[in-house]
Design a binder for this molecule. Structure first.
Ligand SMILES: Cc1ncc(COP(=O)(O)O)c(C=O)c1O
Length: 336
């Protein structure tokens, strides 16, 4: 194992020994291979550079309490990446190839899988880019699939805590029928104008639907959850990413006897919620203490400390990921 202070890693890139690559040319994917060369020899007119043909994913492997490694729901990431690829007219990566590449990236970087008890994990960033040189506007025919692993530290190195969010009606993350439902780089570049100023003030962004600016869409890199009594609420929107964490939490909430509802949620409904949070692979759950609406000079005050329902769901999912609870839904692929 590498000499790394796992608890101090944070969500930053730590260079692994190997990445995994597979190119697509003439209708055929090449067998994925590991390489320690982290640079691409890419044509300056490649469609990923010229026209944004780029999609990515994010998933984690956990070292469990029993010493075994668990890869969490990678097939869902493979399916989502295939949808993102189709959304940008790219060649989808077959699920089998996706799984093979993740396994190879894991096997070649075993020294970077953080020990149990540190809260750190091995994160995988699968990336798909268009590589055909092209000047005329249009999609390419050649692609490259790359898996970049990196150990990342615990999202909450100290205590599980809340974050403040701010609403921005002057920057839209994604149009109702645009690319918001795909995990593509352009969505993130488009949100920086809102998220960077928010981060500079120690807050995160809550995006509203781009058509009416009335309903909650999602956060910069996470879905939104609200709790009203025994009800788990999450937005229905054609512009948000289908979060695998949110899907898992909805299943666990149902297991725990909660009512789960996916519907349009007006911003003002925050006033009736006992708890709210952002959710995603990085944080699992990031509870929200308050939401600022600067245009209306309004503050929605939630609880200062993470509430009981979200805390329970957070631990329920983490316990499955770290092998401390039964994996009833078969979400983890075990590597002995
Ligand atoms: C825009 C956006 N929404 C939601 C999520 C959460 O998705 P997941 O739970 O699959 O990580 C992410 C992170 O991947 C994201 O970038």
């Amino acid at each position: 194992m590498k000499e790394i202070d796992w608890s101090k890693l944070g969500f930053h890139y730590t260079e692994p020994d190997y990445i995994v690559r597979s190119a697509y040319h003439n209708g055929v994917w090449e067998e994925p291979y590991a390489t320690n060369d982290k640079y691409l020899h890419l044509h300056v007119s490649a469609t990923c550079l010229q026209y944004g043909q780029e999609a990515f994913e994010g998933l984690k492997a956990f070292r469990g309490i029993d010493g075994k490694i668990r890869i969490f729901r990678w097939r869902e990431n493979a399916k989502r990446m295939a949808r993102s690829a189709e959304g940008l007219y790219m060649q989808p990566v077959p699920e089998e190839l996706f799984g093979k590449a993740i396994r190879l990236a894991l096997e070649k970087n075993m020294d970077y899988i953080p020990p149990y008890g540190t809260g750190a994990t091995l994160y995988f960033r699968p990336l798909l880019i268009g590589t055909t040189p092209r000047l005329a506007v249009g999609p390419g025919r050649d692609f490259e699939f790359i898996v970049i692993p990196s150990p990342i530290g615990p999202y909450y190195p100290g205590k599980f805590h809340c974050t403040t969010f701010v609403v921005n009606r002057h920057v839209d993350r994604a149009a109702p029928h645009g690319t918001g439902t795909f995990k593509v780089g352009g969505n993130y570049a488009a949100s920086f104008r809102a998220s960077e100023p928010a981060h500079a003030q120690g807050m995160d962004c809550l995006f509203l639907d781009a058509k009416y600016h009335r309903y909650i869409d999602e956060c910069t890199a996470a879905n939104f959850i609200g709790i009203k009594g025994n009800e788990y609420l999450t937005p229905r929107s054609s512009a948000i990413l289908p979060s695998i964490t949110n899907d898992s939490l909805m299943t666990l909430a149902k297991d725990q006897g909660m009512k789960v509802t996916r519907r349009h949620i007006r911003l003002e409904e925050l006033a009736d919620m006992s708890e709210a949070a952002a959710c995603g692979t990085a944080c699992v759950i990031s509870p929200i203490d308050k939401v600022f609406d600067p245009d209306n000079n309004k503050i929605y005050q939630l609880s200062d400390e993470p509430g009981p329902v979200l805390t329970r769901l957070y631990h329920a999912l983490r316990d499955i990921q770290f092998g401390r609870a039964e994996d009833k839904h078969h979400w983890c692929d075990l590597i002995p």
